[in-house]
Design a protein around this ligand. Structure first.
Ligand code: NAP
Length: 446
């Protein structure tokens, strides 16, 4: 640090929340204070840590206990940088707005809030002339938002596909390696600490949808909210689906898929969706195991890029938060905020029916002549082309007089999701189809 800067007062940092992530940030801010000061050009001073329960045992945080406060509203008015690690919508949103009104730059890891109120928060940051950084909100430790926002700002990103929820990846990976069903695997994940007591936000895809909204907003210079993301969770994924994927040389992943595409009426838009899908084992995302995250980006000039690492946990997430603290602190030292959000493209969010994908469909059908032709006719009537068909004869050992049945396993070529969904409905209405056993999208082979 040069002498002029060394004489400047420290930048005041307020921490909101001291849970899994907040406590890791607090420890590192203290332990690495000298290095951080060198990197920023001015020291940081932690001026307070807001919590809900002052009497909670927090172990040794390496902090002066007098820094803990239950008065977050007051704390945000006394800082140059406010780090929001409370989570949820309110009071996090109100505290961030209040902090900005008082001139503080904000760092947050709150994907739910960014996906719901991003535009309001960006506008407030712009008006106040402060920064709003949130690298930790998507994929924990993995640097992905700044690379999209800054490193790829000169390229055209056309697709982002991510495994952005560690809990669901852990569950699907465990189902794949053990052959077990969904319910028992979630229970195991809860025992091991990979799933919350109430796993709804993860297994129903809400968490991944919030992250997909943030990724697509940045990648396509457009505003996408969490509510606009088509969302299907993994609760319906069965051991049979996983086995069917294996038969095809695939694995099942919960994917967040963000694409820039031309809709049916010729208008360019974005398709943003979260759903389970089969991906070939040769795809880089297939090798993402356990609770790890990865984001695969395709851009015109850069080609294909893969970002991989730990998507959650105190220390990994703190790494991303601290990177943001250093970045906004450097902007303060330089005297101006960094570039604001860019939503100039203002593309419409296309309906799910227009997304182009492929389906893997298993049917339980009567095993007699003409059934395959009837099934093929349904596909052709809906303008969906079949890539492969496999037939497995099913024998009922308990009832040798039962009418012969077969499984038809069909993989389609790429088609609009609406046409594929209508095809599945029509197949279910055929008298020779006993049951549509499973339907899953196939991705990663465009
Ligand atoms: P957490 O362990 O539940 O901690 C939340 C903290 O906020 C606690 O210290 C709590 O106080 C405090 N708090 C809650 N309400 C408050 C209020 N009204 N005023 C002041 N403090 C309040 O949460 P976390 O796992 O650290 O997550 C924090 C944020 O990081 C969330 O937005 C989350 O989505 C995001 N994130 C987390 C991870 C991860 O691996 N955990 C990864 C990426 C992003 P008490 O301690 O007194 O209860």
């Amino acid at each position: 640090m040069d002498n002029d800067r060394a004489s400047l007062p420290p930048l005041r940092v307020a921490l909101l929340g001291c849970g899994v992530v907040g406590s890791a940030v607090a420890r590192k801010l203290t332990a690495d204070a000298a290095d951080l000061a060198q990197r920023i050009g001015r020291p940081l001073e932690l001026v307070g840590v807001a919590v809900r329960r002052l009497d909670r045992d927090r172990g040794d945080l390496g902090l002066d206990p007098a820094l803990l406060t239950a008065d977050a509203e007051d704390l945000v008015t006394r800082a140059d940088i406010v780090v929001e690690l409370i989570g949820g919508i309110d009071p996090a949103r109100e505290l961030i707005l209040r902090a900005m009104e008082h001139g503080a730059s904000v760092v947050s890891a709150n994907k739910a809030l960014l996906a719901e109120s991003g535009p309001e928060l960006y506008a407030a940051a712009g008006e106040a002339g402060v920064d709003l950084y949130y690298e930790a909100a998507v994929a924990g430790a993995i640097p992905i938002l700044r690379p999209i926002r800054e490193s790829l700002a000169g390229d055209q990103v056309h697709r982002v596909i991510g495994i952005v929820n560690g809990t669901t990846n852990f569950v699907l990976d465990a189902m794949d390696s053990t052959g077990a069903g969904f319910v028992e695997t979630v229970e195991r994940a809860q025992q091991l600490g990979y799933a919350e007591a109430d796993p709804t936000a993860d297994v129903e895809g809400f968490d991944a949808a919030a992250k997909a909204a943030i990724l697509s907003s940045l990648a396509f210079h457009t505003r996408v909210s969490g509510a606009e993301v088509h969302r299907e969770g993994i609760t319906e994924v069965s051991a049979r689906d996983i086995a069917a994927a294996k038969d095809m040389g695939c694995t099942v992943k919960l994917l967040a898929i963000c694409e820039r595409m031309t809709g049916e009426d010729g208008i360019e838009g974005v398709s943003v969706r979260v759903h389970p899908a089969m991906i070939p084992l040769s795809h880089p995302l297939a090798s993402v195991r356990e609770a790890f995250n990865a984001v695969f980006v395709e851009a015109d000039a850069a080609g294909r890029l893969m970002f991989y690492g730990q998507g959650a946990g105190g220390d990994p997430t703190a790494s991303a938060v601290l990177g943001d603290i250093v970045a906004v602190a450097r902007n303060r030292v330089a005297g101006a905020p960094g570039p604001g959000e860019s939503a100039y493209a203002d593309l419409p969010v296309l309906p799910m029916g227009e997304a182009r994908t492929r389906y893997h469909i298993s049917l339980d059908v009567a095993d007699r002549p003409g059934v395959l032709a009837q099934v093929a006719q349904v596909f052709s009537a809906n303008d969906v082309s079949i890539e492969t068909v496999r037939q497995q004869v099913v024998r009922d050992e308990d009832d040798l007089d039962a009418a012969p049945r077969a499984y038809l396993i069909i993989v389609t070529h790429t088609a609009p999701d609406a046409a594929l969904a209508t095809t599945v409905d029509a197949l279910g209405d055929l008298p020779t189809v006993h049951e549509v056993v499973s339907v899953m999208r196939v991705e990663g082979q465009h």
